[in-house]
Design a protein around this ligand. Structure first.
Ligand SMILES: [Zn+2]
Length: 437
């Protein structure tokens, strides 16, 4: 049923737009979409009028690379011997975790991750999934749970040879099934997930290429040159770089989502630019795995987006921590990277391309995703200094709307029982961790 809402007396912050700060404005929401944004109350009747009492609001945020399957890894017992390198981290931590997931633990992981995302103001997630022992139906589970919670999701299950050809085929089938199933839902997108070049042989890349050729509106979503080991692998197979290997198999197009790109050779920046691929930067994950830091020029040239790679759900925190991680490794006076531009300018562009609809901005016609904050600034907020307030002042949001519906009120979920979700997650995580020993 059609409905409209009027939000009154809102202090709207729109980073990276022509009017980044609009004080005391009125915002109309028609069904799931923003209508007018005006300085005076617009004419008309509204089903609901909500007085925002001068509180500050931001667009609902986009996590451009996440792993909802890894939410239950928080506090997980570490391996007996600390991994010596990146491959060791994958083999001893993440590949053990994903193989141990079943439908129940996966559901608990996804639900917890979604709750924490929503409570942080994250309203769209581009997810990269893996559960090799529970493939059938897993991508639907992620997409449908996100949809039920009101979170837009672009889902992908990773194709890899590391679990054998049977698993590869099941993951490909799961991708195709999911893409067909949700083809008419504009809050769910399905991408062709690949783990990374170094766990995919030439025959598998050829199969993926043939699948992609059947549907040119689909893009790949993969980890690109996260660690230097990925580049060494591509070279050992006779390619100048990982990117060149993917290009050789005709896997790259304007819908390709390439994640990390930290260890690519310099020349690859130009090739990515020519091909119009998208790059996602995950600063806290890169720091956590000690694999290096994305080159500033590459991030700027390619309009890189911002993701968390499963480390966390709060995008303002990711932007702040990315800023500080970079500051720790550069000299005074050296230019840094504006992480808020990644979050509020590049992520909306990337998500709008993937979902084929306008997302991530508070402007007429965009999906009505909004985070409202109980924030009493101790210094004046101006268009020039709002970045400092966002990185160093803003708390968690008190209210969050997705698709025009209130999902979080006074910091609590409106339609879901968080206590029940977390209680289930506790049970499932204990069960999951026992399987890792
Ligand atoms: Zn990742």
């Amino acid at each position: 049923m059609a409905s409209n809402k009027l939000l009154t007396h809102l202090n709207l912050i729109r980073p990276c737009s022509e009017t980044p700060l609009i004080l005391d404005c009125f915002v109309v929401i028609n069904d799931d979409t923003f209508g007018s944004i005006t300085p005076a109350r617009p004419d008309g009747d509204y089903d609901e009028v909500i007085d925002c009492r001068g509180r500050y609001a931001l667009p609902g945020q986009i996590n451009a690379h996440h792993h909802l399957y890894s939410t239950l890894a928080l506090g997980m017992p570490p391996p007996a011997i600390a991994p010596a390198d990146f491959l060791g981290i994958l083999e001893q931590v993440w590949w053990k975790l994903d193989r141990a997931l079943d439908t129940d633990s996966l559901r608990a992981s996804v639900q917890s991750g979604l709750v924490e995302s929503l409570k942080s103001g994250t309203t769209t997630i581009i997810d990269h999934h893996s559960s090799p022992e529970a493939v059938a139906g897993s991508l639907s589970l992620v997409a449908e749970t996100a949809h039920h919670y009101g979170v837009g999701s672009a889902v992908a299950i990773e194709l890899s040879d590391r679990n054998g050809s049977d698993c590869f085929n099941k993951c490909l089938e799961e991708t195709i099934t999911t893409r067909e199933k949700y083809s008419k839902n504009n809050n769910i997108a399905t991408l062709l997930g690949l783990h990374a070049s170094f766990t995919l042989g030439d025959r598998s890349l050829q199969t993926i290429s043939e699948t992609l050729a059947l549907d040119d509106s689909m893009g790949i979503h993969l980890h690109l040159s996260e660690d230097a080991a990925d580049e060494r692998d591509a070279q050992s197979r006779g390619y100048p770089s990982v990117l060149q290997r993917l290009h050789h198999f005709d896997l790259l197009n304007t819908r390709s989502l390439l994640v990390h790109g930290v260890n690519c050779p310099q020349a690859d920046t130009e090739l990515m630019q020519q091909l119009g691929t998208m790059l996602i930067h995950n600063p806290t994950s890169n720091a956590n795995n000690r694999i290096g830091m994305l080159d500033r020029e590459r991030a700027i040239t390619l309009n890189a987006g911002l993701g968390t790679d499963g480390i966390q759900s709060n995008m303002l925190k990711e932007a702040k921590e990315g800023t500080l991680i970079r500051s720790a490794s550069i000299n005074p006076g050296e230019p840094s990277l504006d992480y808020l531009t990644l979050l509020f300018e590049h992520n909306p562009t990337i998500a709008s391309r993937i979902f084929n609809r306008p997302l991530g901005r508070v402007e007429p016609g965009y999906r009505a995703d909004l985070a409202i904050y109980d924030y009493l600034p101790r210094t004046e907020i101006t268009p020039e200094n709002l970045g400092s307030h966002l990185l160093f002042g803003f708390p968690q949001p008190s209210e969050v709307y997705t698709s025009g519906e209130l999902r979080v009120r006074e910091g609590q979920m409106t339609q879901l029982d968080e206590q029940q979700i977390k209680a289930d997650a506790l049970i499932q995580s204990n069960r999951l961790w026992k399987q890792l020993l």
